[in-house]
Design a protein around this ligand. Structure first.
Ligand code: C2E
Ligand code: CA
Ligand code: CA
Length: 542
């Protein structure tokens, strides 16, 4: 396998020597195109290849591009070399077509010095047409750094390439400073992410988080992603788990000489690279990542907590949250805490089902859906806590099995707990009152409203709310006429601030003696607000 003997150590030739022989080397066909296959990790299908140049020097063996590309970029020879490689690719494809071989698209690397040549696209077309290769088999690979700071001009080149039908790949994405701007401004078709940028020790975990967010973002934009430099099965599985299917790297194959790649084409099943996600709906996704855009303003200034998350093969991944989201969650959560958290891991089985059912419903109906769920959250500062969140979700993007949601959330833990404790108290009190034969009610001073207990309602047929109390009850005959005036007077006294009242009163139609008590509740200014009444049956011990 001579393809592995690429000389990666410093080249024996000096720059001057290389410069002196480069033209001759080109004429003698010492520059060779190698082909590194690209696979769909899920299906195992070959989906494409990248052409990588090697210099096969008669005395020094195979020389790796790192040794001569920078020099050729300096002296301008690079354009000649790149067009030569492109022509070799066309010749290779022509041969495959003639021999009825299965085919995949092949991408060629172009330097930043090539793409801004005034007749760059015409040159490609001349070569392509010379060999009569359909444009769908040819991809143009340019690095992110080559378009940096030159977005307008780069887009003109992009436009010309697209007009002729070329697919453009953005190479080494994430290596530059302005990746998000590039993504927003440049009309690319495929993104290549290099694993090497993420493999630095110590930044592994962060790298993983960034990578998964970036991959989601691309899917959302409808851009296929090729992960490059994939060396281990762990990397491949991780990439697959975050939704990146297309891979290139030593794990699958090293760059192969033409004959070996040709043999591979004959033996392997061939697939096609397809964009995975079609964005639907009214959010302008490009603008969404621009810090000054309207969408971002809405997102950040939205009255409540908001998040963008994706739902892919039963997994939820949070991509973005606003400041208010963190505040709603409480516990001094940071964005890092949230993004690190396994979004479905915070639920118990019952709550997870409620949540996933809501997502499914939102997916099917395409409208807004709401649910309330309890979650166990943990933050770096506050440990573990259970919170209840009301979420409203809306689908904003989808592909076959990848969904993107917008969520508005509200922390309703306090409300829930108050409500639950009321229900709890009510239940306890109800049980106790049955045991001791007590009726009870709540009287609101300002409105003359009375709310009876469950037992009052059941035994006396009272509605849940009586207005104009106590007259309404007196009219119903619950109080005998001889105590009516006294009972009316009690309520006047309560309004004047008497804290407690007590008397034995024969109640109900059967005039059974009850010990009736009132306890008044005051506000912070000492004004009576409510009075709690109870009527306890007196056990006749005689
Ligand atoms: P690149 O375009 O990012 O190409 C990928 C490089 O990563 C290749 O190095 C490839 O052999 C290597 N690679 C592939 N899989 C793995 C892996 O699993 N692990 C590791 N560690 N490396 C992997 P190569 O062929 O030495 O090329 C280096 C660079 O030289 C290329 O980087 C590209 O920027 C440039 N280059 C290569 N051929 C051409 C060309 O024809 N024209 C221009 N302008 N530049 C070229
Ligand atoms: Ca490349
Ligand atoms: Ca690359």
């Amino acid at each position: 396998m001579d393809n592995v003997v690429v000389n990666d150590s410093p080249c024996a030739l000096t720059e001057r020597e290389m410069e002196g022989i480069m033209e001759e080397a080109l004429a003698e066909k010492q520059f060779l195109a190698y082909y590194q296959p690209q696979y769909n990790h899920t299906t195992g299908l070959l989906v494409g290849a990248e052409a990588l140049v090697r210099w096969k020097h008669p005395d020094h063996g195979l020389i790796a591009p790192a040794n001569f590309i920078p020099l050729f970029e300096k002296n301008g020879f690079i354009t000649k070399l790149d067009l030569y490689v492109f022509e070799q690719v066309c010749i290779f494809l022509r041969k495959c077509i003639d021999e009825k071989m299965p085919l995949v698209a092949i991408s060629t690397n172009f330097s930043r010095y090539d793409i801004f040549q005034p007749d760059f696209v015409e040159e490609l077309e001349t070569i392509r047409l010379r060999h009569d290769v359909p444009v769908k088999y040819l991809r143009v690979e340019i690095t992110e750094s080559s378009v940096m700071g030159n977005h307008t001009q780069a887009n003109e080149v992009m436009k010309a390439l697209h007009e002729h039908g070329y697919v453009v790949e953005m190479d080494d994405f994430g290596s530059g400073y302005s990746s998000l701007n590039v993504l927003k401004d440049i009309d690319m078709d495929i993104v290549k992410l290099d694993m090497l940028f993420l493999s630095e020790e110590g930044s592994r975990h962060r790298g993983g988080i960034i990578l998964s967010s970036v991959v989601r973002m691309f899917k959302w934009l409808g851009l296929p992603v090729i992960a490059e430099g994939v060396e281990s099965i762990e990397q491949a599985d991780f990439l697959k788990s975050i939704g990146c299917d297309y891979m290139q790297g030593y794990l699958y194959a090293k760059p192969l000489p033409g004959e070996e790649f040709y043999a591979l084409l004959g033996s392997k099943s061939i697939g096609r690279m397809v964009p995975q996600l079609k964005v639907i709906d009214n959010l302008n996704v490009n603008e969404f990542w621009d810090p000054r855009s309207q969408e971002t303003l809405i997102f950040n200034n939205f009255v409540g907590g908001a998040a963008i998350f994706s739902y892919y093969q039963g997994k939820v991944e949070i991509l973005r949250v606003n400041q208010k989201y963190l505040r709603e969650m409480g516990m001094n959560m940071s964005e890092k805490d949230v993004i690190r958290m396994d979004p479905l891991g915070v639920f118990d089985d019952e709550n997870r089902k409620i949540y996933l059912d809501m997502l499914d419903k939102a997916t099917i109906m395409g409208d807004e859906q709401e649910c309330e769920t309890w979650r166990s959250l943990s933050s770096s500062c506050c440990g573990e806590e259970r919170v209840c969140i009301r979420s409203t979700v809306r689908l904003i993007g989808k592909s076959r099995d990848n969904y993107l949601f917008y969520a508005a959330i509200r922390n309703i833990t306090a409300e829930k707990e108050r409500f639950n404790s009321i229900i709890d108290n009510e239940r306890r009190f109800k049980a106790a009152s049955e045991q001791v034969n007590i009726y009870y009610w709540e009287y609101t001073v300002a409105t003359h409203e009375m709310r009876p207990c469950f037992r009052c309602m059941r035994d006396l047929g009272l509605p849940a709310l009586l207005t104009n109390y106590p007259d309404s009850a007196i009219e119903m005959g619950i109080f005998p006429p001889e105590v009516a005036d006294m009972y009316r007077d009690w309520h006047r006294q309560i309004a004047e601030g008497v804290p407690e009242l007590e008397a034995v009163i024969p109640l109900t139609m059967d005039r059974v003696p009850f010990r009736v008590r009132y306890t008044t509740e005051f506000d912070e200014n000492g004004r009576p607000v409510k009075a709690y009444g109870s009527a306890a049956g007196i056990v006749n011990e005689a």
